[in-house]
Design a protein around this ligand. Structure first.
Ligand SMILES: NC(=O)c1ccc[n+]([C@@H]2O[C@H](COP(=O)([O-])OP(=O)(O)OC[C@H]3O[C@@H](n4cnc5c(N)ncnc54)[C@H](O)[C@@H]3O)[C@@H](O)[C@H]2O)c1
Length: 355
C-alpha cells in the first residue's frame, strides 16, 4: 500500500529532467481532487550545480549528486530516471532493489533482455515500472485507438518524428551512449505503429544515413504486419520544420494525428462514408472532419497517470510488452539497416526467451 503523500525524486536535471521536475510540481499544485498527493523531495544530477538549480527552481526539498542517495532515502517513493540511455539500466535496477517505483525515460535500453529483467524485478517486488513514451498520454492518441475500428481493415500506418538537431555536443550524437535518431525518437514511431496495428510485426527492413559520429541522423523503416498492413517510419534530425505525426489508412478512411498541434482529423474514403464516428459527431468540411478532443499537456498527463497507478495499483499505460517490443523492433531495424537485409521477427519471443 503506497503512502498517502508520495515522495518524489527526479534523477537527471538536464533538458528532459527539468521538464519532469517541473511536471511533478504541476501535479502537486495545479491538479485538483482525485489525483495523487506528492511531496517534492529531491533532484539528483552528477552535476551538482544543475541539481541545486533545478531543486531550487522547482521547489524540491534537496539536491543530490548521486542516484544512490535517492535510492537510499526513506522519504522517496517514486523516481523519474532522466539520464542518458546507457545509464538507465544500472540506475533503474538500483532503484527497484531499494523499493522505489520508477518512471524511466525512453528508450529504457537497446537490449531487449534488459527490459524483461527490469520488469520482472519490479513485478516480483510489487513495484510499478513504466517507460516514458509520452505520446501515449495525448488524449488524441486514446481517441484514435478507440476510433480505429471505424476505418475497417488497416492498410498503412505512417509515423514521422523529425526535427533539426542543432547541437554538436549532445548525448544523442554519441555512439558510446547508444544515440542515434532511431533510438532517440524512432522509439516513438515504433511504439505508435505497433499499437495502432494491434499486432506485432513479422518482418522489418530499414535504411539509415549515418553522421560523422557514427549514429543515424536519418532512418527509414518498414514494418510488415501479419494482417498485411504496412508500417512506414520516418525518423530524422534533418527536416527543417518539426514534424510529429501518426497517420493510419484503412479501407473506410484515414485518421491523422499531429502531436504538435494536438489535432486529430478523419478523412472518409468515399462520399457517403461514416459521418458519425463512434459517438463523435464531427463537422465535415468536404470529406475531412476534425475530431473534437480536448488538448492536454502530455508530460503532466504522463506523470499523473504514473502517480495514480502507484497509488491505486493496476497496470501502467506503458507496460513490459510495450517496452519489450519497442526495443526489439528498434534494434531489429538497426540490424536490418546495418546488414542490408530484412529481419524476420516472427519468432522473436522464442529467441528472446532463449537469449
Ligand atoms: N520524453 C521526452 O520528450 C524526452 C525529451 C528529451 C529527452 N528524453 C530522454 O531523457 C533522457 C535524458 O535526455 P536529456 O536530453 O535530458 O539529456 P541531458 O544530457 O540534457 O541530461 C542528462 C543529465 O544527466 C546527468 N547525469 C549524467 N550521469 C548521471 C548520473 N550517473 N547520475 C545522475 N545524473 C547524471 C547529466 O549531468 C545531465 O544533466 C534520455 O533518455 C532521453 O531519451 C525524453
Amino acid at each position: 500500500m503506497a503512502r498517502s503523500v508520495l515522495g518524489v525524486a527526479v534523477i537527471g536535471a538536464g533538458m528532459a529532467g527539468r521538464a519532469h521536475a517541473a511536471g511533478y510540481r504541476s501535479a502537486a499544485t495545479v491538479f485538483g481532487e482525485g489525483l495523487a498527493d506528492v511531496r517534492l523531495v529531491a533532484v539528483a544530477d552528477a552535476n551538482g550545480d544543475l541539481a541545486t538549480g533545478a531543486a531550487r527552481r522547482f521547489g524540491y526539498e534537496r539536491a543530490e549528486t548521486s542516484w544512490q542517495s535517492v535510492a537510499g532515502a526513506d522519504d522517496i517513493d517514486v523516481v523519474s530516471v532522466v539520464v542518458a540511455n546507457t545509464l538507465h539500466r544500472e540506475i533503474v535496477e538500483g532503484l527497484l532493489a531499494a523499493g522505489k517505483h520508477v518512471l524511466c525515460e525512453k528508450p529504457y535500453t537497446l537490449h531487449p533482455a534488459d527490459v524483461d529483467e527490469a520488469f520482472d524485478a519490479a513485478e516480483s517486488r510489487g513495484l510499478i515500472l513504466s517507460e516514458a513514451f509520452m505520446w501515449r498520454h495525448h488524449p488524441q492518441a486514446d481517441a484514435l485507438r478507440a476510433l480505429l475500428p471505424e476505418i475497417g481493415q488497416l492498410q498503412l500506418i505512417r509515423a514521422t518524428f523529425a526535427f533539426v538537431l542543432e547541437a554538436t555536443e549532445n548525448i544523442r550524437l554519441r555512439a558510446d551512449l547508444e544515440g542515434g535518431a532511431l533510438a532517440d525518437v524512432g522509439c516513438y514511431t515504433v511504439s505508435g505503429a505497433r499499437l495502432l496495428a494491434g499486432e506485432d510485426p513479422a518482418e522489418v527492413v530499414g535504411y539509415a544515413t549515418l553522421g560523422p559520429s557514427g549514429v543515424d541522423l536519418r532512418f527509414s523503416g518498414l514494418l510488415r504486419f501479419p494482417s498485411g498492413a504496412t508500417g512506414m517510419l520516418d525518423v530524422n534530425w534533418l527536416t527543417p520544420a518539426k514534424r510529429r505525426q501518426l497517420t493510419v489508412v484503412g479501407e473506410e478512411g484515414m485518421f491523422e494525428l499531429d502531436y504538435l498541434t494536438q489535432r486529430l482529423t478523419f478523412t472518409r474514403a468515399a462520399a457517403g462514408g461514416p459521418d458519425l464516428i463512434a459517438g463523435y459527431a464531427p463537422t465535415f468540411a468536404g470529406d475531412v472532419a476534425e475530431l473534437p478532443v480536448a488538448n492536454a499537456e502530455p508530460l503532466a498527463a504522463e506523470l499523473d497517470a504514473f502517480l495514480t497507478v502507484v497509488r491505486d495499483g493496476g497496470r501502467p499505460v506503458v507496460d513490459v510488452e510495450d517496452g519489450l517490443w519497442a526495443v526489439a523492433i528498434a534494434t531489429s531495424l538497426l540490424k536490418a539497416a546495418a546488414g542490408g537485409q530484412p529481419i524476420d521477427l516472427s519468432d522473436f519471443c522464442a529467441r528472446l526467451t532463449n537469449a
